[in-house]
Design a protein around this ligand. Structure first.
Ligand code: 5AD
Length: 375
């Protein structure tokens, strides 16, 4: 169990169900976490800048096609106020995230970055999707430190299906790996990650995802369970009259089969389909820690959404060393609905902050000091 693990060993862990063996995995991940990145938990204040998106991703609730959603974009003043809250709460960094909002003016983002940098020592992470290299360059020059862009799945065909290309894409393969390399070349710390349990994602795919984390030498690795949003194509196809039991099914429906076939995806044996459970997400965190011992790994909101009380704490006890408390003003939060019942959708930044501190105290961990740069 170490960073030299091979594909066979990784897949065996992903399929492991024996609680005693799993306990060994959690222990080992926690040990390596303590040894390599210590007991500090870095708090990254998340600011959800805009839920406007030109994309039609089949999984995501803020996709352009969701006409039921109220759209918003924060003003610079609102972002600045949120950044000041991060200072007040003693966070070392903020993450500015948004949909692929075509109207986001790159110059204005650069101005915002300079303003925040002029006023604070916060590290700034951007997560604004697929943009031009000029934009990435401009924002780096303005002072941005890190960029998050999940590749979502290393299975190329599956990615193309769930993330349809857009006519203005500059890389017609919409190749996020290429973008991550560019971002690193520009001097950003880079973060990526995947969704766990996408319909059509096999254990072999997920194994390849983990191997790719290591190969890319990521500074940050954020992953969480895939969650079904009823206002999305995948939600409609896989949620239909199955309640919450999705993908723990014993066989695919006729419609689900047809979806795979029409999209040139293999119809997986049910045993090969990755479950979209919190348990699988914990395995990905733990294995990511073993494969990339020094990476910054968050215990994500999607995990907290499955288990509000214990999700974040369990992620932190199984390899994670970062949390991303939401700083988005309360009145906008519920509209950044990438999946339903998202944790903290009805809390103020103060409430979310207090809860994070409680979680940390409950497991004997301490809030990080400083920016929490990647080592
Ligand atoms: N379930 C889980 N995660 C999702 N994301 C988007 N939609 C969903 C969903 N339905 C994740 C993607 C994206 C990140 C910001 O949120 O991985 O990169």
């Amino acid at each position: 169990m170490q960073s030299t693990m091979n594909a066979y060993e990784i897949e065996t862990w992903l399929r492991e169900t024996d609680p005693i063996r799993l306990e060994m995995l959690w222990k080992q991940a926690d040990l390596i976490r303590a040894k390599e990145v210590g007991d500090q938990v870095h708090l990254r204040g998340l600011i959800e800048l805009s839920n406007i998106c030109r994309r039609q991703c089949l999984y995501c609730g803020i996709r352009a096609g969701n006409s039921a959603l109220t759209r918003y974009r924060l003003t610079n003043q609102e972002v600045l106020d949120a950044a000041r809250k991060a200072i007040q709460f003693e966070y070392g960094s903020i993450v500015i995230q948004s949909g692929e909002d075509a109207q986001l003016d790159p110059e204005n983002i650069a101005r915002l970055i300079r303003q925040i940098k002029g006023e604070t020592d916060l590290a700034i992470t951007l997560s604004l999707g697929e943009r031009s290299i000029e934009d990435y360059h401009l924002w780096k020059q303005a002072g941005a430190d890190r960029y998050l862009l999940r590749f979502e799945t290393s299975n190329r065909r599956l990615f193309q299906v769930i993330h349809p290309a857009w006519k203005h894409d500059r890389l017609n393969s919409n190749d996020r790996l290429q973008l991550l390399r560019e971002l690193r070349g520009l001097g950003y710390e880079i973060g990526s990650g995947v969704m766990v349990g996408i319909p059509g994602q096999s254990y072999t795919d997920l194994t390849n995802d983990l191997l790719l984390f290591r190969e890319l030498n990521l500074n940050m690795i954020g992953s969480g369970p895939f969650l079904l949003h009823p206002q999305t194509p995948l939600g409609q196809l896989f949620l239909a009259d199955r309640g919450t039991g999705l993908l723990q099914v014993t066989e695919w429906t006729k419609e689900q089969r047809a979806f795979f076939e029409q999209n040139d995806l293999p119809v997986l044996a049910i045993d090969d389909q990755v479950a979209h459970s919190d348990q699988l997400a914990f395995k990905v965190i733990a294995l990511a820690r073993l494969l990339c011992p020094r990476a910054n790994i968050p215990s994500t909101t999607a995990i907290a959404t499955i288990d509000r009380e214990n999700g974040r704490k369990m992620g932190l006890s199984r390899g994670a060393n970062v949390v991303m408390p939401n700083l988005t003003p309360l009145q906008y939060r519920r509209f950044y609905e990438i999946y339903p019942n998202k944790a903290a959708s009805y809390e103020t930044p103060e409430e979310t902050h207090a809860q994070m501190l409680q979680h940390l105290a409950a497991i004997g961990r301490i809030p990080g000091k400083g920016r929490g740069d990647s080592r």
